[in-house]
Design a protein around this ligand. Structure first.
Ligand code: AMP
Ligand code: MG
Length: 418
């Protein structure tokens, strides 16, 4: 079988993983989970037209001629507070004092901010007219009774959670999360609680994969390190098949000590592919068990393992969790230097993003070997060089998939004096 392209591999994986069931969690525990049902509003909000400002409710035609030389005078006939229904219909030449959030009285079409008026005994003077209809929040601006506010598949952010609170969803139906097991393989690996042995390779993948799962809200189980022999691998892979998803890293290429493939086949797994035309990440296996476990055989090289998680495992996990959106956001940005292509393979280059007056600029994080984990640790995103590219030139527009590194910046937003 020829190698799958990245797109073919993604499609194949998504065909073979299913959404799990629905569970109900308390509102506060629903943050970052995925809504399992459409949610409709059970009230209008605001329940009637309300004032958006502390000020005066009035008839625009009464004050449209106002200007700093010729003030318009209105008689204040009511004082309306939030939560109180107005008693008076405003007639020509009249106004009502009104609080933010208070229902607007009959007869008016505009609210003027208190700062733009002058009180004068029982009257109010207006020097600068607002726009007609200004400062009124219309009935149902936020929520309309019966209307769907969020669709199934919506991820619950703090803002979504606040709306759920407004419609009194104390209990929220969300999709269940999968159980995920992580196994590293290799005789040469040394785990975090072992003393440093210069002849060994520190286990990075188990921990990177654990963190990548955690960033999706999944608490994965670490199954440790399997030795490069059929017996140890079989025991540990069998343990992994008790989970919804098993991530095994290392041992999937065609080396003399790569036992993952024959062991998975011996365990009766159906393997859908073994290689993807990409760099890093050429050896990448995906299969399913009869019990419904999805197994990913990820490359041993730490960068390749992480990049493959982003491109293949994360979308699968999001689909299992019912997400409406499976992929990380991409940006079109300018490239700051030339880049060679990897003929016939989709290339993922680790980049940082900076910005200038013309927008974002992508720059390689340095040495891009698939063992150079630092290139991943420093990256804001992955720049995609298509498999049929003949190389990219400085100044060209390119597509970058954002990673978590873009979440923060040193400068405050809107930090200027008002
Ligand atoms: P493999 O795919 O098993 O041939 O591994 C490829 C390379 O990745 C080798 O240099 C391994 O030592 C390294 N490697 C494999 N697994 C891990 C791991 N869990 N953490 C760090 N490096 C690893
Ligand atoms: Mg190995």
């Amino acid at each position: 079988m020829s190698d799958f392209s990245v797109t073919e591999a993604q499609a194949c994986i998504l065909q073979h993983v299913q959404r799990l069931g629905v569970e109900t969690v308390a509102l506060h525990d629903s943050l970052d989970r995925v809504l399992a049902e459409d949610v409709a509003a059970n009230r209008n909000h605001p329940p009637y037209d309300v004032s958006a400002m502390d000020g005066y409710a009035l008839r625009f035609t009464d004050i449209e001629m106002a200007n700093p030389e010729v003030a318009m005078r209105l008689t204040v006939v009511d004082d309306i507070r939030a939560g109180q229904m107005p008693q008076v219909t405003i007639q020509q030449g009249q106004a009502a004092r009104i609080m933010t959030g208070a229902p607007t009285p009959m007869g008016i079409d505009t609210v003027i901010r208190i700062e733009d008026t002058q009180a004068d005994g029982d009257d109010v003077l207006i020097l600068t007219p607002p726009k007609q209809g200004a400062n009124i929040r219309p009935l149902g601006e936020n929520l309309k009774t019966g209307r769907v506010v969020f669709k199934q598949g919506t991820m619950i952010t703090p803002g979504v959670l606040a709306i759920l609170a407004m419609v009194k969803k104390k209990e929220v139906p969300v999709f269940s999360k999968p159980s995920v097991a992580i196994l590293s393989t290799g005789d040469e690996l040394e785990d975090i609680d072992e003393p440093i042995d210069e002849n060994k390779i520190p286990n990075a993948n188990s921990h990177a994969l654990y963190a990548q799962c955690k960033s999706l809200g999944i608490e994965a189980t670490l199954l440790g390190i399997a030795k490069d022999n059929a017996q140890d691998l079989k025991t540990k892979l069998e343990e992994g098949l008790k989970y919804d998803v098993l991530l095994a890293s290392g041992g999937v290429s065609v080396g003399h000590h790569d036992f993952v493939r024959p062991t998975l086949e011996a365990l009766g797994m159906t393997m859908h592919f073994w290689r993807v035309a990409m760099r890093p990440g050429h050896p990448l296996a995906f299969g399913t068990s009869e019990q419904g476990t999805a197994i990913f055989g990820l490359p041993g090289n730490p960068v390749a393992s992480m990049v493959c998680f982003e491109q293949f495992v994360a979308p699968a996990l999001r689909q299992i969790m019912g997400h409406g959106k499976l992929y990380r956001r991409t940006l079109n940005v300018r490239l700051s230097h030339d880049l060679k292509a990897a003929s016939g393979r989709t290339l993922f280059v680790r980049v940082t993003l900076s910005s200038d007056t013309e927008g974002y600029v992508a720059t390689s994080t340095g040495a891009q070997g698939s063992g150079v984990l630092m290139s991943m640790a420093l990256a804001d995103g992955l720049l995609l060089v298509p498999a049929d590219s003949e190389g990219l030139r400085a100044g060209e527009m390119v597509t970058v998939q954002l990673l978590q590194g873009m979440d923060f910046q040193a400068e405050a937003f809107g930090g200027f004096n008002e």
